[in-house]
Design a protein around this ligand. Structure first.
Ligand code: AHR
Length: 327
């Protein structure tokens, strides 16, 4: 049993014990004497990563320790704001959410604060003038992920002379992972004069858009060679692979591809030789999120930022690593 699952089991046991001690609500009890009601607003279901993240959150925030009110924002900020307001109106104990974009949350977060409801950010950050509007953020270091992709590319380009022309598929415009991955990638690539990002456009983190935008890149570049694709997530890379094949080119060979997430689909593509590397972004945040919510609700001090540990995987590791992938 891992530390996380042991903790969840303990929490469940504590809740069950408290429940058998005379609850008349029928709900189990958390550490402070009642089940913790959590309002969770998810970004949407745009990627393999997101599906795994939703599953992890739902499993970890399950009865009897938690009572989860889950809302799917369908990648629209207005839907998420509506959900947060509804959670406030329902007086949930804790609000947790993964913000689709970074800006535009001040008003609703002030409303949550005024109602005395603590907010835990998960996965993505917000830009607010007052960081007391949320208690903590648990998620990946997206800037570092962009740097890792660039470092892999520089390593893989050893011995290559001349210009290396890169196209970039960005994630959702205005989202923390798109902003940060772009920044981290450029920070590192900018130190090597061979690399030039010749085209960069959003594919909204989806396969369908990744394919469409890659088709447009290939068409726009015409006879000019695209050497590398950097995709902000695996789903867009997988869509782009289709576009590259349909254009009569070999993904992974004619165009080297590095993307981010490390989902099973990426490992399958690497095994088939069509994707060169993926930078891990772990979506299985549920158990850690549950522990944070528990602590926040209990009034225990928590760190302002909890970063998830992650690695980088390449084609030669894909076959061995594939059976171990949990998402
Ligand atoms: O916020 C994490 C990002 O969101 C993942 O990299 C991407 O696949 C998802 O849609």
């Amino acid at each position: 049993m891992t530390r996380n699952s042991a903790w969840i089991a303990l929490l469940g046991l504590a809740a069950l014990t408290a429940c058998s001690g005379g609850s008349d609500t029928g709900k189990a009890k958390g550490a402070d004497g009642s089940a913790i009601t959590v309002g969770f607003s998810q970004v949407g279901a745009e990627s393999e990563w997101r599906t795994a993240n939703t599953r992890s959150v739902k499993e970890a925030l399950a009865e009897p320790a938690f009572h989860l009110k889950f809302s799917d924002g369908q990648q629209k900020q207005e839907n998420q704001i509506k959900a947060l307001r509804s959670f406030i109106a329902q007086h949930v104990d804790v609000i947790a959410f993964s913000p689709v974009v970074e800006t535009g949350w001040d008003t609703v977060l002030r409303e949550a604060k005024a109602a005395g409801i603590p907010v835990v950010l998960t996965d993505r950050a917000v830009q607010v003038p007052d960081d007391s509007l949320y208690v903590t953020l648990i998620g990946s270091d997206f800037v570092e992920e962009g740097r890792r992709a660039a470092r892999w590319l520089i390593g893989d380009s050893a011995g290559r002379n001349g210009a290396i022309r890169v196209v970039e598929l960005q994630g959702t415009v205005g989202s923390a992972p798109a902003n940060d991955r772009m920044r981290g990638f450029r920070e590192v690539i900018g130190q090597d004069a061979r690399f030039e990002v010749v085209r960069s456009q959003s594919g909204d983190f989806t396969r369908a858009r990744g394919k469409e935008v890659m088709e447009a890149f290939i068409k726009a570049e015409g006879k000019k060679k695209i050497d590398v694709l950097f995709a902000h997530n695996d789903d867009m890379a997988i869509g782009a692979i289709q576009a590259i094949e349909e254009a009569g080119l070999k993904p992974g060979e004619d165009i080297r591809i590095v993307s981010i997430d490390g989902v099973r689909g990426a490992f399958e593509a690497m095994k088939a030789g069509k994707l060169n590397a993926t930078v891990e972004c772990n979506p299985l945040l549920g158990p850690q999120l549950a522990r944070l919510i528990h602590d926040v609700h209990a009034g225990t001090a928590v760190p302002k930022r909890v970063v998830v540990e992650e690695g980088v995987f390449t084609r030669d590791q894909a076959a061995a690593e594939l059976p171990n992938r949990k998402y």
